[in-house]
Design a protein around this ligand. Structure first.
Ligand code: FAD
Length: 399
């Protein structure tokens, strides 16, 4: 049975990371918002933490055993720990969280799909994830980057866009098709090391928010990689091949929900403190009809934050306990993305000019949080996944 009790270990981890987010991230957040594409060297102390836990969620050890962290009813699993850390880091700053060195979204893919031998080689490398192309985003099965086997090597050709960590990473996990005519089951993921001839970084995006995080165009032109760098099963199976690569999202979507939760919580706490300075306190002991409009707004936000946390924790708990969590992962992402944005916007609205001014970070959090409802599948795509799962419809019936 799932338990929402916060264990001592989770609390200790959350407190430690919260302290680092407060002392290291917050003071530099505005600087890197204004100096897009500059690498935040102050984040180096986080590298060790990221490599110890990071995005390598729920990875089994060679023996087939789970990581040392025990899964109990207190939900101390690797996924639960990751979302706890992600929330605190995003409370510090979402852009800087994404810019943390050591681990990126690609590590979740390596963790989910790599063989033991591949995990040994790539598990601790800083990995970006390249799926999106100029002609393919929401429909990941439309990938047209190609991978052709030539002797002991695959030859990659294609262009990937909006790759988080694309410039700063050490390796890129690239989705490519072995044979476009065979559809989605021919799509596989490949690990490409930076510096491999044929891989170049194109332009870096200028963005509305999360400016501390680099978002790059990657070009693959006759890029040759060892054939052992294909992740998972190299064969094109008539059924289920695509599910392997899609499993990555079941680990990363709750994490993105946790980023939205951390950012929205930061906005809520800032607003509550600003109101308190003006003598406006929330009266928890009064019935709703006696409360002011602002008090009601604040209580609504608290309820939203709790709803986000419960579904995100559930999705992580299910992953930690070996249960399929595709539905809950999408729910966590959908709820996190939508409620997170409503909360930061409401906070800006309540504080008016204080919320909009660059004197404070609230306006930045509003810009930063927007992306949590876009990448790793937009709000609409999560709704599609959720509807399909609940109704038992396939892609052919609901697209
Ligand atoms: C800052 C940032 C970082 C990113 N990082 C990465 C990364 O690291 N790796 C990576 O591979 N990608 C990354 N992306 C890309 C991101 O995942 C895609 O932008 C996203 O999945 C949407 O795809 P698209 O841009 O092609 O939009 P489209 O698929 O063209 O969608 C446009 C709009 O149409 C809607 N839509 C599309 N299909 C449907 C449908 N069937 N029903 C209803 N509505 C629909 C979408 O919800 C959206 O509102 C990043 C994007 C951003 C902005």
């Amino acid at each position: 049975m799932i338990s929402f009790k916060v264990s001592d270990m989770e609390k200790q981890v959350a407190d430690l990371i919260h302290g680092m987010a407060k002392d290291i991230m917050r003071p530099i957040a505005r600087y890197y918002d204004e100096h897009e594409h500059q690498r935040p060297t102050e984040l180096e102390p986080f590298r060790v933490i990221m490599q110890a836990g990071g995005m390598g969620t729920g990875r089994k050890k060679k023996s087939g055993e789970k990581k040392e962290i025990k899964v109990t009813d207190d939900k101390i699993g690797a996924n639960a720990m990751s979302i706890t850390g992600a929330e605190e880091l995003a409370w510090g700053d979402v852009g800087l969280m994404l810019a943390l060195p050591g681990q990126g979204l690609g590590n979740a893919a390596i963790s989910a799909v790599a063989t033991d031998e591949q995990y040994e080689r790539f598990g601790s490398k800083y990995a970006a994830m390249a799926i999106t192309e100029p002609g393919c985003g929401s429909d990941a099965s439309a990938v047209s980057t190609t991978a052709v086997l030539d002797g002991d090597e695959y030859v990659l050709n294609g262009e990937k866009i909006f790759v988080t960590d694309g410039d700063r990473c050490e390796v890129v996990v690239v989705w490519a098709t072995l044979d476009k005519s065979k559809g989605r089951n021919a799509i596989k993921s490949f690990v490409v090391e930076k510096g491999t001839p044929g891989l170049t970084v194109g332009k870096l995006e200028h963005k509305c928010g999360i400016r501390a995080s680099d978002t790059a165009v990657l070009i693959f032109q006759d890029c040759r990689i060892p054939k052992t760098n294909i992740l998972g099963d190299p064969e094109i199976r008539p059924e289920g091949g695509f599910k392997g690569v899609m499993a990555t999202f079941d680990a990363t979507r709750p994490l993105v929900g946790a980023l939205a939760l951390g950012c929205a919580r930061a906005a809520y706490e800032f607003t509550k403190e600003a109101l308190a300075k003006e003598g406006i306190e929330i009266r928890y002991d009064k019935p709703l009809v006696k409360l002011s409009a602002i008090e009601k707004d604040m209580l609504w936000m608290e309820a939203q934050l709790e709803m986000m946390r419960v579904i995100i924790q559930k999705a992580a708990w299910m992953a930690d306990n070996g249960r399929p969590n595709n539905l809950e992962a999408s729910m966590a992402k959908a709820k996190g993305g939508k409620a997170g944005n409503l909360i930061v916007q409401k906070c800006v609205e309540i504080l008016g000019p204080i919320g909009y001014s660059q004197r404070y970070l609230l306006e930045k959090w509003m810009r930063d949080n927007k992306v949590n409802d876009i990448y790793e599948g937009t709000q609409q795509i999560q709704m599609l996944v959720i509807a399909r799962r609940i109704l038992g419809y396939g892609r052919d019936m609901l697209a």
